[in-house]
Structure formats: C-alpha cells, structure tokens
Design a protein around this ligand. Structure first.
Ligand SMILES: [Zn+2]
Length: 1088
C-alpha cells in the first residue's frame, strides 16, 4: 500500500458531523418499561395483550349452557350424570356449595366470523376445577380456574358453524380445596360458591401469543441476568426494540412478526422441538410432573378426579409437544385411573409404551417414611413395583419422593432391596435451622447400603419452568465440585395439574437462549428421570466421588407430625400388627389344610388400604378432617376383615378333625405370634371365675395357667404409706408414687435409684403449641419454654396383688379435659423382664396445646437411642450445635432408650411416635391440638399405653423384644384338644436360634405361588413361604433357622424384598444358617 490508495472505496467511516445528541440509557427506566408491553394495567388496550385474540364469541347463540346438579355432594359417573335432565344456565351463574359437583352441557357453535382462524379455543373459568368430556363419554382434558388452565382447543370438526356438544364436570373446589380467604391450611368452609365468569369461544392470534412468551423470557433475561453481563444489556435492548417496533393499528400483525424476528436474535428459532437438537451438552434436565397429594386439602374421592384431570392434560400436551415427558408416581393413583377411567387409562398406557408418560417411584403411594414399620416400607415397594410391572411391564428404577417430612435411615437399604439405586427428593430444603449441604450425593443407610440421591437444586418439585427456575437449577447446585447437573421437576402441583403449554414454550426459549448467548444453563427436554440418573451413575462409575451422607435425613421442620392425629397413628400401628399376625397364621393354615385358601385378595386389599393411609399428608396428620373420616372407615374395615380372617385361620389350625365346624372338646390357649418364649398375664373369657391368668411357654401356643399364690417376696404389693403416697413393689422394683408421679423407682436387685434426684417420673406436662405457620405439621422450639406441670387430684388402688397391683390417678388438664392414668406393676414370671406400665384414658379438648409425659432418669449419655424401622437411630441428648438443637423432637417407633455403661432405661409405647431426650429427661409426646387444617384434630377420647422398662446392662435384645411383646398382644382362643399338640408344632415350625439380636419379623406366603397368586404376574411353580429376618441391635449376628418337617421345605433361596430369588441357600437337616451385618434385612423364600 502506498500513496496511490483509492480512498473512495474505503469502508464507511464515522460521518463528519453528528446527526444530534444520543444519551446513555437510564438502565432501570428502560428495564421497568418492559413491564408495560404485556401488563394488564392501564396500557392493556394498547399493548400486546390487546392483540392476543382475533375475536371472541359467547352467549347462548354460540356457547349454550345447561346443567345437572347432583344432590348430596354426590360425584356421579358420566353415564349417570348425563342420563338426567339438564336445566339452562349461563355465565354469571353461581355453583356450590363446597365439594358439590355440577355437570354442565356445553353446546358450541363457531360463528362465521371466526371460522377462518386456525386456532379456536374454549376459555372456561369458574374459579374451580373441571374435567371436559366428549359427548360420548371420554374424559379429555382438565381445567383449573382463576386463569391457571382455562383453555381447551376446539377440534377442527367444530369449526363448521354447527352446534357441537361437550360436558364439563365441574368440581366445587379450587386447586387447593375450599379454605376461606387466602390461607390455604385453614379448615374448608362448607358453603363456598363459584361463579362462572368466562365461557367464550376465542380465536387465538398465534403469532401474538408466541411473541408474548418470547417477550416474557427475554424480559426475564433482562431482569435476572447479572448487570455486568453483555447478555443482560442485549436482552434489554432487544426488548425495547420490540416495543418500539410494535404497532396496534394497521400494521400490527407485521409488527408482531417483526417483534418475533427481533426476539429470535436472542432466543434462536424456538417454534419447534428442534431447538433441543443442538449437540451442546446440557446441564439442566427438565421433566414434567404433577404432584397430586393423594389426600390433603381434599378427600380421596376428589383425588381420583384430580388424577383424571391432570393426566388427561398431560396426554394432550404430549400430543402437541414432541419433547414433553411426564413422570407420574404412586401405583395407587394408576390403579384408581384404571378402575374409574378405563379409556383414559388406555390413553396413558399408550403414552407409557412410547416412553413419554413415565411411571416412577416404585411405591404404592408417596408415603411418609418416619412412621410406617419396616414391613410397611417393604410393602410400599412390593405393592408399588408389582403394580408397575404387571401393568406396564417394567419396575421403577428411581424412588421418587419429593415431598415427605424426613427420611428414615433404613430407606437406602429398603430401596435397594426393592430394585432401585436412585432417590429423588426435595423437602430437606425446607429445613428452618440448618442448610443441607448437598444436591447430588450418596446417601448411606444404617446397614451401609447406599442410593444415589439428587435433590432438585431449584428447591421445588412444582417449578413454573421460568427463566429463574432454569437458572437456579445450576446456581443452587451444592454439589458442583462433583457434578453440576440438575433435575428440573416442573409443572403445577400439590393439587395436581402438571405442566402447561406455557411451561413448555418457556423452556424452548430458555434452551434457545442458552445456545445463542451461553449464559443461561442449557436445559434439555425429552429424557426421563431415569436417563438423568443414568448420567449421574455413569459419572460415579467413571470415578466421580459423590460425597456421602450417613444416616437419617432429618427434616428440621414438621416435627409435630410424629404426634398429630393420634387415632390414625394408633390405627396404623394396630393394622400393621394385625396383618403380621394374619399373614403368619394364614400361612400356617395353608400348611395344615390344603383346602384352606390363603386370603390373598383380602390381604392385598387391606395392605393397599393401610399403605394408602401412609400417604405423606395422611398418617403424619396434616390432612383435612374429612380425610380422617375416610381413613377411620378404611381402618375399621381392615380391622373387621383382618380379625375375621384371623379367626378363620385359627379355626383351621385348631381343628383336630379337619372339620372347622367340629364340636369336639376345646381348650383355651394363648397364641403367641412372636418367635420367642413369653410369659404374660392375659385376659381370658369374661365368664371365667378369674378373668385373668398367666400364659406361659416357649412356643407359639401357650397354655393358660391359673395364678398360684406367690411367696410374698415374689408377689406384687401396694400400700398407701401417707395420704396420696403409695409404695408398690415386685421382686425387681420398688416404687414410690405421689399424686400419680413416680418419685422413686429403685431396681432392688441392682440397688439403684432410677428417678433423677428431686424429680418426678411419669410427670404429665403441657406446652403452648403455636408454630410459626404450619399448625398440624410443626411444633416449634420455643414451645419448650412454656412447660407447665399438670397436677393430679386423687389416686385409688385398683388392683392389690399378688400378681399385679395398679393405681389409678386422675389428672385435670382444664375445665374440659382430663386424664386417667392406671399405673401397674406385675410379678415377673419365668424371668421375663418386668416394667412399670401406664394405661391412659384421656378426654382432650384443648386448643393449641401439646401434652407430653416426662421421665427424668439418673442415666448419663450424650446420645439416646430410638427404635426405627429394622434398627436403631442414635441422636444427641444435648444442644451443642444447631444440628443437635434441631433435633429437639424426634421420631421413635416402639421404644426409646437412654443407657450408660451398665444400666439403662427404655420407654415403651404402643401407638406413639414423638419423643425427645434432653439431658437426662426422656419425654414421650402424647397429644397435640392444632386447629388447621383439621379444626377438630385429636379432640375427644383417647386410650394409649406406655411403660418404663429399666434394664441392667446396655441397650439390648431385652428392650427390643419386650417392646414387641408390649405391642403384640397374645390372641386368646380355644383349640380342639386333639389339635393342640400338632398345632403347636405347626406354629413353631419356623424357629430361629443363635444371636438374640436377630428378629424373625415376617412370615407370609409367596406372592406368585400357584395357589396364592391372583394372576397379575406370572405364577411360580409350587408353594413357598417368605421369611424376613433382620438384625436389630447394630452388629454382626449369626443364627440358625430350623424348619419343621411339617412344612416339607425342599429348597431355600435368598431373595430381595420383591421376592426375586438371588441364590440358593444351603439347607441341611431342615436347617439353614443366616449371617447378617448390622441392621441388615434379609428375606428368604422357602420352596415347599
Ligand atoms: Zn405432597
């Protein structure tokens, strides 16, 4: 180059003179301006809102309405409802009361002026939920009022100018039931009415609608990207440019198209699922879901309809959005759909086959994990996985439980035993004291089993799929050192619903924006929950060291749920025990008599009912009063059926002649369904001269023996030593009881006082109980500051020995509430442990009070032990750190224990779950009285038992077994004399020796045995017995299982919890050996 360069061809350069001043934009003002483009305020008629629709048609010429309102809050079927007469109705009409149903016949005629438009929708809003049915009875789409999901796309066949009919099944409840005002947990009002305020045929301007979503996401980018990013500035400029371009008049549609073109500079081409086809590596994996609480602020009857509404929506969206994948959990919900909506079930099943509707979770319901027994946890998976496998050909691989109130330390083991290695949840983000430190981690259970746990980093399972949700799915990931990937579980939820078309449109734009700008985490659609975990498991396999978390995932919130709705908890415990007894006896009855039919159908129905009641808002106590009335009814039926079946099984077992109606001589016995020796006082028939007697023996059938007069030192005695002061004693203990409280409890053999000096055990205390918000759920830490002792009025001796003594004490709680506590002490027979037993009758009418009973004991330890499923969980007795402090109220099963070297005290219970050990004070939680969401929660009469079991030596099998005995009353019955010996052999034919830490927990028949199976899965040849054993104390334990000849066992297999054989176990001389690790659960299948 040189001096002869042609200057006239040089690129344009800055003009010589300025055209005028250009100012720096005032950033915040331009940002605030964005809100004007789509807002509903004063510019609505001049902004994009005014262009969303080409036109509307309403009124009876186009939307003709008539209604049938079933009486008495009935929810009739389509056939029933449409057989009735429909009466004219109109927009503006009101429908109610709460929980009523109204079938509305909607006749639609599209006017000529709208027929040319491609997209016509019915917009329907009555502020409540609805389900659209075709004229011939097919449920096709759900509706949620108040703008949430109000559109239904008219089929093309409706565009013809003639009337077409659909039905809307209107449910008079909103998404979250019928609470008054804005506080959703308040008890529902009975007289809520809903006004139908919108029923229009609408022609949609699709480009305007698309621009609306473009602008929404672009605006979020301008608002939420960091100020120091070029992307934030670019989004802001483009947003303003779209507004500058927009015209409302003649060239409006062109300006909308131009607005979309401008948006695409930032968002890319987002008009199809192709946006996801780029080969860029995503970091956020979005899967649709709709959390339908099986029982919460609505009853089961409404849940069944929510399922149809929600899932039909998702089938529709899957048809319209090829990238959409929808995950649904809870076998119970699928079963209801199958039973009540067969056509919709078939539609869902088709989508499942295509891999687009995805059953997840493996469990019967999304259950609570604190309160159900170990066997219940196993059954949640057994029934859940069997359902999924039988209907859809596959089991779940991921345990899906986003919303439950804390997580048992045995879940990893049980989850693995049910064929799943992954776990998804979220609720721990609700901790109100400590911030849980991980997102993706290996959760290690009591027995060292692990699952790969991922908690949605967005801290919700009901994300609206906004820009911010996608952003937080990365930025809030606490495990980025290992792996930044996060699952985004989006869709309306809790009350059901699931993703909307807006969610899916927004996600397309988020993805497009990631690929064009790089700053937003890249979101992927089209995969499954399992695909996501496959990637994490692959990373683990390739060497990513995901961190570990050992033991329970204690939720630092909702601690009241161990106590609220005491009757439901009582019913749960009793049902679990009844089913244990029934399965054992029915199994043995099938051995005794080939013609006895194992009652599989009834057992399944009962288990499914009990498992249903373990739903995470029901058993914990956070549902509506009407939900508990449903549960009461269910439990009552379970008890009636179960005890009837137990009688039948016993009749078979106890029949000498083989004739169940035989009249040969009978003999009273006690049936012990636990696999160890027992000796207890039992109550025999009312008509007997002495109604109480001893049941003694080391087998399953115990003989009843009249009391012999013990020597005075072996007997139990009671005397009043001063007014209101009583001394009680037996061979082991000596007590002083004053005003119902134990002022002294001496272990005479050990010469040891157990009541902490100057304190009183069995002291009833009451606390103010007003948590920050979630009444039924929470008890807050400050409640502990309001402790008040209750004072007793009088004690009377009810039994005076020599076999048992008891003292009844009445305690006034208030003008309207009282407690009658019977404290008793029995003699010890056959060296069985004795305990101080309390039987309480309570009339409870308090408001926001918490009743507990205290046991200050002279035992020192910084840790206390609590029974959990198949084991023990230890927790601090101090408040050193905020993590320790957070556990001021914890969950226990049948016992809690505080032991020091050489001695300990266990507190047993038969229906309670809340406990605390603070320093040396052990405290059993008895009753609460929250007023929301059930205004009458726990009001009325209660009966419960608990006991103090002191023990020399450390915590051991004595506590575990005595607590079981305390919970499994012996069944007093009569058997034919000629059958007793053989029956005893039969019921004792599966016995275990060796370590006393081993518990033979369950005996049942094989699910798929030829003579048992209901045919839902392939039958297995022959007959088998399932035996489940666990190690209860936390150490290696060995034992031998001896099988009686009467069983004719040919082979033994170790299985998983789903009864899949995992290998044959050596069987020699009718014996096989077991060798379990600490807290291990093992299942064996005995092939007969
Ligand atoms: Zn829930």
């Amino acid at each position: 180059m040189g001096g002869d360069m042609n200057y006239s061809t040089r690129p344009a350069e800055l003009p010589q003179r300025t055209a005028g001043p250009v100012g720096k934009q005032i950033h915040d003002i331009y940002k605030s301006r964005l809100g004007l483009f789509t807002g509903n305020g004063q510019y609505r008629s001049q902004n994009l809102q005014s262009k969303l629709y080409y036109g509307k048609a309403s009124g009876e010429d186009h939307v003709k309405l008539s209604v049938y309102s079933p009486p008495d809050l009935q929810r009739p079927t389509f056939q029933d409802a449409t057989s009735h007469e429909f009466k004219p109705t109109n927009v503006g009409a009101t429908f109610g009361p709460s929980w009523s149903t109204h079938w509305i016949k909607v006749q639609l005629k599209v006017p000529a002026s709208l027929q040319m438009h491609d997209l016509l929708e019915l917009h329907w809003d009555a502020g409540n939920e609805g389900l659209i049915w075709t004229e011939d009875g097919e449920p096709i789409q759900g509706l949620t009022g108040n703008g949430e999901r109000i559109e239904w796309i008219l089929p093309k066949s409706f565009h013809d100018g003639h009337f077409h009919t659909i039905y809307i099944e209107m449910a008079c409840n909103a998404m979250f039931g019928n609470a008054p005002g804005g506080d959703m947990i308040q008890p529902p009002v009975p007289n809520r009415y809903f006004t139908l305020f919108k029923a229009d045929i609408v022609a949609v301007n699709q480009e305007a609608r698309q621009l609306y979503i473009d602008f929404w996401v672009l605006g979020d980018a301008a608002r939420e990207f960091p100020d120091d990013s070029w992307q934030e500035h670019r989004a802001l400029q483009l947003g303003n440019k779209i507004m500058n371009t927009f015209e409302t008049e003649e060239h409006s549609q062109d300006s909308i198209l131009e607005g979309r073109r401008i948006a695409s500079e930032f968002l890319g081409d987002v008009d199809s699922a192709k946006v996801y086809d780029t080969d860029q590596e995503p970091v956020v994996y979005a899967v649709g879901n709709c959390h339908i609480d099986t029982s919460w602020l609505w009853p089961w009857a409404e849940t069944k309809r929510k399922i149809a509404r929600s899932w039909s929506n998702q089938c529709d969206l899957i048809d319209r959005y090829p990238e959409h994948r929808f995950a649904a959990s809870q076998a119970q919900q699928f079963k209801w759909l199958e039973q009540l909506y067969p056509k919709l079930f078939d539609r869902v099943k088709t989508k499942i086959k295509e891999g687009r509707f995805q059953p997840v979770g493996g469990s019967w319901v999304e259950h609570d994990t604190n309160l159900p027994s170990g066997e219940s946890l196993v059954r949640q998976f057994l029934y859940g996985q069997r359902y999924f496998e039988s209907r859809f050909g596959e089991r779940s691989r991921t345990f899906w439980l986003p919303d439950t109130f804390g997580y048992s330390s045995q879940l990893p083991q049980v989850t693995r035993l049910a064929g799943m290695s992954r776990f998804f949840t979220q609720k721990i983000s609700w901790n109100n004291i400590n911030n849980f430190p991980h997102t993706t981690f290996r959760w290690v259970g009591l027995d060292s089993s692990q699952v790969l746990c991922h908690m949605a980093p967005d801290d919700t399972y009901t994300a609206d799929a906004n820009f911010g949700d996608v952003m937080r799915s990365l930025t809030q990931n606490k495990s980025m050192d290992q792996d930044p990937r996060g699952l985004l579980a989006f869709g309306k939820g809790d009350g059901g619903g699931g993703p909307t078309w807006e969610h899916l449109e927004k996600l397309r734009r988020c993805r497009g924006m990631s690929d064009t700008t790089g700053l937003l985490p890249r979101v992927q659609m089209g995969g499954s929950v399992d695909d996501f975990y496959d990637k994490l498991e692959k990373a683990a396999e390739d060497g990513t060291k995901f961190v570990t978390w050992y033991g329970e995932l204690y939720l630092e919130l909702h601690r009241g749920t161990y106590t609220t709705q005491a009757k439901t908890k009582w019913n749960n415990r009793k049902s679990e025990i009844m089913l244990h007894d029934l399965e054992f006896l029915a199994t043995m009855a099938t051995i005794k008599d080939g013609s006895y039919k194992y009652p599989k159908k009834q057992i399944d129905d009962m288990w499914e009912g009990v498992l249903l009641c373990q739903f995470h808002d029901l058993l914990p106590g956070s549902a509506l009063e009407m939900c508990y009335r449903d549960a009461d009814e269910l439990y009552k039926n379970v008890a009636t059926t179960g005890h009837g079946l137990i009688r039948q099984a016993l009749a078979t077992i106890g029949s000498g002649s083989g004739d169940r109606n035989s009249t040969s001589p009978r003999h009273s016995v006690a049936i012990n369904t636990l696999p160890w020796a027992r000796a207890e006082i039992v109550r025999r028939s009312q008509t007997h001269d002495s109604p109480h007697c001893f049941a003694l023996g080391n087998a399953s059938i115990l003989s009843l023996q009249d009391f012999e007069t013990p020597t005075p030192s072996a007997g139990a005695s009671i005397k009043e030593v001063a007014e209101g002061v009583f001394q009680l004693s037996n061979a082991r203990f000596s007590l002083e009881v004053e005003n119902g409280c134990i002022t002294s409890l001496v272990d005479t053999a050990e010469d040891r006082e157990l009541v902490l000096k100057g304190h009183k055990a069995n002291q009833l205390v009451i606390y103010e109980d007003k948590p920050l918000y979630w009444q039924a759920w929470d008890v807050e830490v400050y409640s502990l500051d309001t402790r008040k002792e209750l004072h007793s009025s009088r004690s009377v001796i009810k039994e005076s020995g020599p076999h048992r003594v008891s003292l009844e004490t009445e305690t006034r709680i208030s003008e309207v509430s009282w407690i009658k506590t019977t404290l008793s002490l029995a003699i010890s027979a056959n060296d069985q442990p004795t305990y101080v037993e309390m039987e309480s009758e309570v009339e409870w009418h308090e408001d926001m009070k918490f009743l507990k009973v205290e046991f200050p004991v002279d035992i020192l330890n910084t840790e206390a032990s609590y029974e959990t499923q198949y084991g023990i969980v230890k927790r601090p007795t101090h408040y050193n750190t905020s993590w320790d402090m957070a556990k001021f109220e914890v969950c226990c099963h049948k016992w809690a224990d505080l032991s020091e070297n050489g001695y300990g005290v266990s507190i047993l219970n038969e229906s309670k779950y809340g406990f605390a050990t603070a320093g040396q004070t052990m405290r059993l939680s008895l009753l609460r009285s929250p007023k929301a969401p059930d205004a009458h929660c726990d009001m009325g009469r209660h009966h419960f038992r608990y006991a103090i079991l002191p023990h020399a030596g450390p915590l051991g099998h004595e506590t575990v077994r005595t607590a079981r005995n305390f919970n499994y009353p012996m069944l007093v019955t009569s058997l034919e004399e000629s059958a007793i010996s053989s029956s005893r052999d039969l019921l004792s034919s599966i016995s275990m020796s060796g370590s006393k830490a081993l518990i033979l927990d369950t005996i049942k028949r094989g699910e798929d045995d030829e003579d048992v199976s209901l045919g839902e899965l392939p039958k297995r040849h022959g007959r088998s017995i399932i035996v489940r054993v666990y190690e209860s104390l936390g150490g290696r334990a060995k034992g031998l299982v001896k099988l009686g000849d009467v069983l004719g066992v040919k082979k033994v297999f170790k299985t998983n919890a789903l009864e899949d054989d995992e290998g044959e176990v050596s069987l020699k001389d009718g014996t096989f050996s077991i060798d379990l690790k600490a807290f291990e659960v093992a299942t064996f299948r005995l092939q007969l």
